[in-house]
Design a protein around this ligand. Structure first.
Ligand code: NDP
Ligand code: PYR
Ligand code: MG
Length: 761
């Protein structure tokens, strides 16, 4: 079945996994390993001290090793998503994916382990023997009924949480969705008739949890490949299915679905038909949760019934009922109290907390995940989105509290409110920032010119930009070449990308006139500017933006920064009262820094530095930060006395004389004083209330060296230099930039254009 929703090609999925480094995870040290002394402490002989301590008291492994924040994702590949038994090795991409989601959503360190056995005893022995290494074990994609035996035995034999995600993770999310869908359709759990297709790991666990929440045993019909699981059936039965067998005349899904209120699919793609949907009760609730393709698509359901509430396991439809909403947060809460297990109380607490969260007002970041659409509790929003940044603070405290109340916490949390507040800081700021930018862009989609439109990477970026709902893309280039390259990189003809050939454009004359007016007194003849418009794609693209035929431009992949900037400045002036400058956004764990000027002014004078401070603060604000600006130097508040520091001191004095500054700034100071709260205590008169987040550098070489160093040696993500101070949004991507670099810069250009529109409104 061709998947019309897919926004990537198979080749892109493979490249994503292969490049730049194979796989999705790596391991980082948390201690310095630089000196002989470090080595003596970390390894022999220093390591002997914690070894002896743990030998005496194994619980100390939580204090002296990474155990307490480490979860193993373990599979044997016997039920990979809905793809079936494809073996341990084939399951590795999914398991790495789960590991990366643990980290991304809940800052849980996680490693995937694929066990190459389908023998239950062998699998149990393997996991039992390696179990104590971890703070918890997440079993994944192990087929039923073996998964039930494996999980139950390991839960008994290990004193850490062992959680089969496909069973309980899925059940928790499905139960949360069901609670809300019932509320929306005026149903009580005690009255509903439920059909569950798929009586495996996920299906049977969903049935158990919804029964625990109040759905009567007789009201649930379960089906497997053999049809209805009725009392007395013999074929294909086992003790786990038998528990849910009921007295019924129904034998097939067609029989069972008649008049049902709820359908839960945990089986395979295409198992449900439109006729079955039509046969259900009023306002049917349909959770088609098979992955990667559901039992029935939302389009098919809605074509058959307008009154249905539909959920799937996929991220590209509303109502994603997927265990990604559960396992990161459930383990976060469990690990933080060093829980011995994840029990029923903790699961119910998670389900109820998730259901409640969907009813609260939705923040912008969530809207971003839904292409800028505002969400409100209702049929298309019964469950929070996986990108909801509130999940990390809202779900784990309930899980932790339930663990404490039910007596399975080794280390109770004394102040649960303080714990709740600490959780948000675990999120990587990169994702939050990108989401904030995308929210604004999607709310006001803009048209962006990709000046180097014949380049394969640029074509792919333009396609991705449009597919991500960030705006319209215009490629500048010769149509034949662009189309040939589109075919080569697998961008379909139907992609609807606008291609403009500079030489053939009917606006050519307008652009040449515009340029001639600007350049005639700078040695350019009419024919010179005509040649520029025809031949220089940066000039042509910038002319499109200047004339209002596009909202912004991205370029820079094929030419050096200075040349590109020079081309652009031929066409576009600085904004009134501003200077053209570059700001780099540096994202490191727990910290976002804005560094400027990283692009233009080589040795800024005091007046220029003051202007850089003003623009940097404004831009940091645009990106969602409360600016605290440090004007950096080699010296701190006059020590040591240096000639170059005088300029910085003068810039501070200029700022001091202004009366319109509504943000914190201070200088001159060295970077350690700006960023290190302890050193800051030596200067109690400093006007920075906390560590600085905007660093204004004394010169271009220092800003450029600092940002490159952070990126290469410090592992930071650096976005930029983001160009600012031009009258129109133009962004210059790095020479040889990747597809994702180009998309990022195009998004920033679109963000600046959208902000300008919003500021005018
Ligand atoms: N959205 C989510 O978060 C999650 C979704 N899932 C999805 O649920 C599905 C099942 O996963 P899981 O429980 O782990 O796998 P299992 O292998 O444990 O169970 C699969 C079940 O589906 C049944 N089945 C297979 N084909 C059909 C069919 N045509 N009609 C009715 N029943 C059928 C099997 O029947 P039999 O017993 O006769 O073999 C079995 O009971 C997968 O598609 C998976 O992607 C799973 C976990 C989470
Ligand atoms: C989501 C998931 O775990 C599955 O489909 O198996
Ligand atoms: Mg799974």
């Amino acid at each position: 079945m061709p998947d019309s929703r897919k926004t990537f090609t198979d080749a892109e999925a493979l490249d994503f996994h292969r490049l730049p480094t194979p796989g999705k995870i790596s391991i980082l040290p948390t201690k310095p390993m630089a000196t002989q002394r470090d080595l003596s402490l970390a390894y022999s002989p220093g390591v002997a001290v914690p070894v002896k301590a743990i030998a005496e008291n194994p619980d100390l492994a939580y204090d002296y090793t990474s155990k307490g924040n480490l979860v193993a994702v373990i599979s044997n590949g016997t039920a990979i998503l809905g793809l079936g038994n494809l073996g341990a090795m084939a399951s590795k991409p999914v398991m790495e994916g789960k590991s990366v989601l643990f980290k991304r959503f809940a800052d849980v360190d996680s490693i995937d382990i694929e066990v190459t056995t389908q023998d239950v005893e062998e699998f149990i022995t393997t996991v039992r023997n390696i179990g104590p290494t971890f703070g918890g074990i997440n079993l994944e994609d192990i087929k039923s009924p073996e998964c039930f035996i494996i999980e139950s035995r390991l839960r008994d034999e290990l004193d850490i949480p062992v959680f089969h995600d496909d069973q309980h993770g899925t059940a928790i999310i499905a139960a949360a969705g069901l609670l809300n869908a019932c509320e929306l359709t005026g149903r009580r759990l005690s009255d509903i008739k439920v059909v569950v297709n798929g009586a495996g790991a996920a299906g049977l666990s969903c049935i158990a949890l919804i029964k625990q929440l109040g759905v009567p045993h007789e009201n649930v019909i379960a089906l497997d490949r053999e049809g209805v699981i009725y009392r007395g059936r013999e074929k294909g039965m086992d003790q786990f299915k038998s528990v849910h067998a009921i007295d019924t005349k129904a034998r097939t899904l067609d029989d069972a679905i008649k008049g049902a209120d709820v359908f839960m699919g945990l089986s395979v793609a295409g198992a449900m038909t439109q006729d079955m949907v039509r046969a259900m009760a009023k306002k049917p609730i349909i959770f088609a949760m098979a992955n990667p393709d559901p039992e029935i698509t939302p389009e098919e359901v809605h074509a058959a019934r307008k009154d249905a509430i539909v959920a799937t396991g996929r991220s590209d439809y509303p109502n994603q009922v997927n265990n990604v909403l559960g396992f990161p947060y459930i383990f976060r809460g469990a690990l933080d109290v060093r829980a011995r297990t994840i029990n029923e109380e903790m699961k119910v607490a998670a389900a109820r907390a998730l259901a409640e969260l969907a009813k609260q007002d939705v923040p912008d970041e969530v809207a971003a995940a839904y292409h800028g659409k505002r969400l409100k509790f209702g049929p298309d929003y019964i469950i929070p989105s996986p990108f909801d940044p509130r999940l990390i603070s809202e779900i784990p405290p309930y899980v932790a509290q339930a663990a404490m109340d039910s007596g399975v916490a080794r280390k109770p949390i004394a102040d649960i409110q303080a714990y709740k507040h600490s959780l948000a800081q675990r999120l990587d700021p990169t994702a939050a920032m990108i989401q904030r930018v995308q929210t604004v862009v999607r709310r006001t989609p803009r048209c962006i010119v990709f000046a180097e439109g014949e380049e394969p990477a640029v074509i792919r970026a333009a396609f991705a930009f449009q597919e991500l709902g960030l705006g319209r893309s215009v490629l500048v280039g010769r149509e034949d070449t662009v189309r040939d390259n589109m075919a080569q990189v697998g961008v379909p003809e139907s992609a609807n990308l606008n291609i403009v050939n500079a030489r053939l454009s009917h606006n050519n004359e307008i652009y040449a006139d515009h340029l001639y007016k600007r350049l005639q007194r700078f040695g350019f003849l009419q024919r010179d500017v005509q040649r520029l418009v025809n031949q220089d794609r940066n000039v042509f693209g910038a002319c499109m933006v200047a004339a209002g035929h596009a909202d912004g431009m991205v370029t820079g992949v094929t030419r050096n920064y200075a040349t590109v900037l020079d081309d652009v400045l031929k066409v576009i002036d600085p904004a009134r009262g501003e200077r053209v400058m570059g700001m780099s956004i540096v994202l490191m764990k727990g910290r976002t820094l804005f560094i400027s000027d990283t692009a233009v002014a080589e040795f800024p004078e005091p007046q220029e530095l003051a202007q850089i401070v003003l623009q940097s603060a404004a831009m940091a604000r645009q990106f969602g930060a409360i600016p605290r600006v440090a004007l950096l130097s080699h010296s701190t508040f006059g020590n040591p006395k240096m000639e170059r520091s005088e300029k910085i001191r003068d810039a501070v004095s200029i700022l001091d004389r202004r009366e319109d500054i509504d943000f914190e700034y201070e200088g001159e100071m060295n970077v350690d004083v700006a960023l290190n709260a302890n050193i800051k205590d030596l200067y109690p008169f400093s006007r920075l209330s906390e560590a600085a987040n905007v660093l204004v550098m004394p010169a271009l070489h220092s800003s450029s060296i600092a940002t490159s160093l952070l990126a290469t040696a410090g592992g930071a993500t650096v976005i930029g230099p983001v160009l600012t101070g031009l009258a129109k949004p133009i962004q210059i991507a790095p020479l040889g930039g990747t597809v994702s670099d180009i998309v990022t810069y195009a998004t920033v250009a679109a963000f600046q254009a959208a902000e300008a529109v919003e500021a005018k409104a």
